[in-house]
Design a protein. Structure first.
Length: 162
């Protein structure tokens, strides 16, 4: 029976490249000189640190520009609150999306059922969603409908089996 998997992942290599490019630009730009602005990539997060809130917003904008240039979806970033750091500095953490939460999986299941295609079934399997159907064309219709919809998370489709 044909099937495919829906998951929510970001290309870690592209994220790393974008963060490196943003860090290089920050080091060279005149408006960031002497502000102590830094950007660091952790395991599943990006840490932003700057001397003031407006510099932090500019830092975030530079990062987002680099991510968009590398075709990384900004839906995969979840910004935390701006925190005050020592010396009047400000920091913020952006968490990288990894997997589909159970709430999002329910929302996607409901959307797929709402399409009204016969023989299409979907079920959550861990942090991804498996969609099965009798006809390959129906599965491709589900993929195109999911691409058009906005669910607040970056969706990637893989493991298409016939």
């Amino acid at each position: 029976m044909p099937s495919f998997d829906v998951s929510s992942t970001l290309d870690q290599q592209e994220v790393r490249n974008a963060v490196d490019q943003a860090a290089r630009e920050i080091a060279n730009r005149y408006d960031f000189k002497g502000t102590g602005s830094t950007i660091e990539l952790g395991e599943n997060e990006i840490k932003l640190h700057s001397s003031s809130e407006d510099r932090l917003r500019a830092l975030r904008q530079v990062l987002e520009e680099k991510l968009v240039k590398r075709k990384v979806s900004l839906k995969g970033l979840d910004y935390g609150d701006e925190e005050a750091a020592s010396g009047g500095a400000v920091r913020q953490t952006a968490t990288l999306a990894a997997g589909i939460s159970s709430d999002k999986a329910r929302e996607l299941n409901k959307f797929i059922k709402g399409l009204g295609l016969k023989g299409i079934q979907s079920q959550a399997q861990g942090d991804e969603l498996r969609v099965t159907g009798k006809k390959r064309d129906d599965l491709q219709a589900v993929i195109s409908a999911l691409k058009e919809g906005d669910f607040g998370v970056p969706l990637s489709f893989g493991n298409f089996r016939d």
